[in-house]
Design a protein around this ligand. Sequence first.
Ligand code: COA
Length: 629
Amino acid sequence: MSVSASYVLRQGLQWGRIIRSSNIAMVASRRLHHEGQKALPSLPVPELDLTLSKYLKTVKPLVTDDEFRLTSEIVKKFASQDGIGAKLQSLLEARAKNTENWLADWWINAAYLDCRGPVVVWSSPGLVFPLQEFKTLDDQLTFAAKVIAGTLDYKIMVDNKTVPVERMGKDVLDMSQYFKILGTCRIPGVTRDSIQFYGQSANPPKHIVVAHNNHFFKIDVYGKDGRPLNVRQLVHQLRNVVERSTHPTHPIGILTTQNRNVWGKAYKELRKDKTNRASIEEIQRCIFLVALDGPVVNPTGNEMTDAALTCVHGNGPQGYAGNRWYDKTIQFVVGKKGAVGLTYEHTPAEGPPIANLMDHIMDYMMAGKEQQQAEELSRPHRLMFNISADIKQDIEDAKVALESLVEDLEMTCFKFSGFGKKFIKSHQLSPDSFLQMAIQLAFYRIHKEPGAHYESASTRKFIHGRTETIRSCSVESVTFAKAMLNEDMPNAEKVKCLREAVEAHKNYAINAVNGMGVDRHLLGLKLAAIEAGMDVPTLFMDVGYLRSSHMRLSTSQVPARCEAFMCFGPLVPDGYGCCYNPRENEVYFGTSAFNSSPETYSGTFREALEQSLMEMHDVLVEDSLKAKL
Ligand code: COA
């Protein structure tokens, strides 16, 4: 089976051209393909023994022999006839029989809506667009207007259900995420959040919200004739926003950066006021939000990193964090000098649909198609807020909390120009697995021990599928890292270890995309126990489980055709975040770590990663030269 994220690339290449020349037959056939979505298979429940033996394999490199013996005993007991495993497995199988996807509802709560930490840094990724250079306000506003127009152009495909259906090899993928990213908003709650899909309501939104200097404005983006505003009209509207918000106001948006319980309480208070309620609802309902920022605050000297930080946390209260509404799914950021991108609230979708939207926008800009003028509506409508003394205090508290998060997160984003997918494929290796092994090697190089390692794999072959974890740290990855760092190891042996490690990763990836990984099944068993009012089994408290799920490496491949990259914070305080966009001859990386961890620094990680990639390159080249002699 071919496991390929390049379906995204392939589809994207056709995107602009095909859609613009779309005819009725094509639209009808695309719609038919979407009809076929209902026939997608359900996520399987793997056999218990199979998952447990895979699980033990992933624990092995991360524990001592004594710890492994203990974990093995716990697993054996869990799996035995009178153990709890069989009971939970049958509960899970019963659930699978009665649902389209046994995990979907559980996942959205467990992975997102129940999480009480801030979405900023801990959950919402940034997506940095190709860097721009704006010399004037007009440059900035024109680019923002094109982003808006490009997104509205993309929305036509969403509304008509003509987004090209993607495939992984021969398998059709679930497309539902594409219909959930526009007009969506996360709503804070005191113990659990919720999510609203206004784009799918009977009365879908026709407006966007633009933030500038912490002011929010509603802009109707369709004329009376239903035609979207063209770029010139949008620039006019944006200019009006800028002229009417020359001084910063209360950074009300910063409340959305808070711990979710705290924001949930403040939200209740804020909504008591009728004016506030109306303004919040306009923000929540809008198709998407655009934040017009000033110049980057506290530049690092690396423009890619600056843009990444601007997208991820807006550089905190001293920067533009008040000029955001982090609950909104899509929030574009257009900086004064050319740092552009978006931040997205993760609940409804993974990175690939978001990166596809960006590719569409960039295509749209390149095409530079002149649109007809829409019959213009009213001028931008200012969204008013009445700020009580309590809310003022909530804003101050949010500033303090965010400031420490901003000070803690550090990032290093870069383009690795040594080689890309082409070179890796030419050696008959999977590019993704190769890059994952380079990340393993980089970690081992720095820490002299293996790190539990999370990679997202898409389970969109299944109806409403989201992700499974690829546990990239394996016995083979550790053997490979040790071999590479051993100067006495012959080159041929290093290459053998490299190929075995890549192969082991690739096998895990194939299992994961087929719903046969470890983590989601174990999560299902745990949640089945909780739902049945049973005790959480010892398996989940054991050192083997805890260490193998303390993901010191949180990684993801998000391919894009343009020179862009996604980025996010680490999953754990002593970990790294690492997202990459592999291209034919280069790889874009967004890496991160926390300053509060003395052990981790993204700059060191970058060096170790680049060194690892080049050494892996060199051993392969030397090996193939030898073979030719
Ligand atoms: N020799 C030569 N070529 C090979 C090869 C080999 N041994 N193994 C793979 N390739 C080729 C593939 O055929 C593919 O070719 P194509 O570009 O012509 O289609 C290409 O290399 C890429 O394949 P590979 O690198 O192996 O994997 P992938 O790009 O399919 O990615 C996953 C693997 C797991 C990342 C992907 O399946 C996935 O799930 N992506 C979604 C992740 C996600 O959701 N991220 C967002 C989280 S927010």
